[in-house]
Design a protein around this ligand. Structure first.
Ligand code: COA
Ligand code: AMP
Length: 636
């Protein structure tokens, strides 16, 4: 592979040459004519003129080159007691037939499809079938409420929605079809087709003329992969921005395929024939890149796990899955391990599973807090690697490049910029800051292949959100610093985005919803530290003059509102009434000040309580009261 420094310098000095070389490693139908170019608006584009198909790279190519009998996908679902395996040939067959069925419904290149799926093989099949046809898929995470789904339907304007009758959370069966029907009801755009996978545990009624059962659609002749331009979109994935309107992150076909292949080699050191497991969900970018596209393009076996780290059936499920499927590389969010540590910190010591197959543990999606890192480092025999990335980039910006060389770990740091990313720390005037000084983390353009070329149908917002603050740079929205050795430390978002259990949420959107309550004059939502989820939102509300609502009633109203509008994953559970909100002279709410005041309160739990349920309740009420008290002490 060569050393990191050599490769990194080359990628920054001569990006077109560097990525031109990397691009030779994938099976194009036609080689690109230009490696790097700029479109009419000046946005960078990779591999112009190249022709390919991402589904072909993920499946057909492997079957053609002798990997047909190797496992492509292992579905492991402790919540349904099911395990299924698919070889590359079997997966190709199902994908090609489902694609045939979609084509029969009239879907073709350039159309869009919105997927609202639990973690079942059909989610992967539907994504790949869309990719095969050149239909742009947009997967919406199952924890979002109908209102959020409707916003995405109206933006993506799908010709088809693909879903399943239900999802399963721990032991709870969550019917998806009523949520889907409600979302379509709420949306202005009405998708002409809905395809529903009927799961054995729940049936559903069809809306005549619109709905189709999965089995009817898949009962079709297989179709070949269509030829696409490198710059054609593969998918749109919505992520939280600073307002209620999510951003549609566009991923192109050519840049993405090259980046996925490169990252599997350089970031994850995981190769054809080896087993990769991303413990995430297909609704998030990690699921797109490393449950579906990265491992399959690389010819690996990918694990699709329908379950949680805990209580499915216990906190040892990760070790069971790693041992049983001989996982080499495991990737999840720190919150998953915090959940295990909270539930049963001794589990690894008692666990009988042989996990000698495991070579790396990768963590991302939120800051890897030092206590969790230290605990993992103590209990695991493999490198614990923090790496930093975003939905926008689709793959790691900084990490410890296992495929090149492993640097010594510095706790709290995501280590080095990955080749292709020229990461700079800037002050508000765009001056580069010296080592150890914290500022805005920006990436010098061009970003490497795979990163978003623009936002779906919104070039203006792409420019204003990411490119206009500093000319020639992409603004990440994260704050952080580099040390003397060039290690990157990401300290958290500098905008109105928070990260709850590895899920990215907009406080701005929550404020819009709370602000709509009759009794509320103004409000702020900030993320405060949480032992399990990293951050959780808390609302601070100033009542309208004369409003007499009781604090608990208001809290219950607001919790319900946010759950209904955004969904359960918002985890909004606390709201405090305050006299006023701290503001700048121009009227901007000082969120940082509020966060600092709220975080100052460390909740002390009486050590005599050992019933976990009572403990939780006490902790909850203490933290609420203490935050309220702290804010009052500060005169808010
Ligand atoms: N469909 C429907 N509802 C969902 C859902 C889905 N796919 N995912 C989560 N929810 C619901 C949960 O049931 C919960 O609802 P509740 O308020 O009725 O209990 C709510 O959303 C909050 O979910 P979450 O924040 O995930 O909390 P949890 O207690 O269910 O699980 C963890 C906590 C830490 C175990 C879980 O977040 C986890 O496994 N995280 C690690 C992996 C990960 O998510 N990575 C993200 C990207 S890398
Ligand atoms: P998402 O787009 O959902 O992947 O969230 C991206 C955001 O999560 C980033 O902008 C960071 O704020 C945060 N994040 C992801 N990975 C890390 C990490 N390794 N360290 C610190 N923050 C991270």
């Amino acid at each position: 592979m060569g050393t990191y420094r050599e490769m990194y310098d080359e990628s920054i000095r001569r990006p077109a040459q560097f990525w031109g070389e990397q691009a030779k490693k994938i099976a194009w139908f036609e080689e690109p004519k230009m490696i790097l170019s700029q479109d009419a608006r000046g946005f960078y584009r990779w591999f112009h003129g190249g022709k390919l198909n991402t589904c072909y790279l993920a499946l057909d190519h492997h079957v053609k080159t002798g990997r047909g009998d190797q496992l492509a996908l292992v579905y492991d679902s402790p919540v349904t007691n099911t395990k299924e395996t698919y070889t590359y040939s079997e997966l190709l067959d199902r994908v090609a037939r489902f694609a045939g069925g979609l084509r029969r419904l009239g879907l073709e290149k350039g159309d869009t499809a919105v997927l609202y799926m639990p973690m079942i093989p059909e989610a992967v099949i539907a994504m790949l079938a869309c990719a095969r046809l050149g239909v742009v898929h947009s997967v919406v995470f199952g924890g979002f409420a109908p209102h959020e789904l409707a916003i995405r339907i109206d933006d993506a304007k799908p010709k088809a929605m693909i879903s399943a009758t239900c999802g399963i959370e721990f032991k709870n069966l969550l019917p998806y079809k009523p949520l889907l029907d409600e979302a379509i009801e709420l949306a202005t755009h009405k998708p002409p087709h809905v395809v529903v996978k009927e799961r054995p545990m729940l049936e559903c009624e069809k809306v005549p003329g619109r709905d189709h059962y999965w089995r009817e659609v898949e009962d079709a002749d297989p179709v070949d992969a269509v030829e696409l331009d490198a710059t054609d979109p593969l998918y749109v994935l919505y992520t939280s921005g600073t307002t209620g309107k999510p951003k549609g992150i566009v991923r192109d076909n050519g840049g993405h395929a090259v980046a996925m292949k490169f990252s599997m080699d350089v970031v994850y050191d995981t190769h054809a024939g080896e087993v990769f497991w991303a413990g995430s969900d297909v609704g998030w970018v990690v699921g797109h890149s490393y449950i579906v596209y990265g491992p399959l393009i690389q010819g690996c076996t990918s694990i699709l796990y329908e379950g949680k780290p805990i209580r499915t059936p216990d906190a040892g499920s990760f070790w069971r899955v790693i041992a049983e499927h001989r996982v080499k590389t495991f990737f999840t969010a720190p919150t998953a391990f915090r959940a295990i540590k909270k539930e049963d910190p001794e589990i690894i010591l008692r666990d009988p599973h042989d996990i000698s197959c495991l070579k790396y543990l990768f963590l991302a999606g939120e800051r890897l807090d030092p206590p969790t890192y230290r605990w993992l480092n103590r209990i695991m025999d493999v490198p614990v690697i923090d790496h930093w990335w975003q939905t926008e980039t689709g793959w790691a910006i900084a990490g410890n490049p296992a495929g090149l060389e492993l640097f010594e770990t510095k706790v709290g740091s995501a280590t080095m910029p990955i080749p292709g990313y020229d990461v700079r720390i800037l002050d508000p005037d765009g001056r580069e800051l010296p080592p150890d000084e914290q500022g805005n983390v920006a990436i010098r353009l061009p970003m490497p292949p795979g990163c978003l070329p623009t936002l779906w149908n919104d070039d203006d917002r792409f420019e204003s959100s990411y490119l206009s603050d500093y000319e020639g740079y992409y603004l990440t929205g994260d704050g952080g610093y580099k040390d003397d050795d060039g290690y990157i430390f990401i300290m958290g978002r500098v905008d109105d985005v928070i990260n709850v259990a590895g899920h990215r949420l907009s406080t701005g959107e929550m404020e819009e919803i709370i602000g709509g309550h009759d009794a509320v004059a103004e409000c702020a939502v900030v993320g405060i530290d949480d032992d399990l989820k990293g951050q959780v939102p808390i609302g601070l509300v100033v009542l309208k003059d004369g409003a007499t609502i009781d604090e608990h009633d208001l809290e219950a109203d607001l919790v319900e509102r946010i759950r209904t509008k955004i969904g359960p994953i918002a985890c909004f559970r606390q709201n405090v009434i305050v006299k006023r909100l701290p503001k700048t002279r121009s009227g901007k709410i000082l969120r940082k000040t509020i966060r600092e005041v709220a975080d100052k309160e460390n909740v002390i739990v009486p050590s005599t309580i050992d019933d976990p349920k009572i403990l939780d309740e006490v902790q909850e009420s203490l933290s609420r009261r203490q935050i309220g008290k702290a804010l009052q002490t500060e005169g808010l």
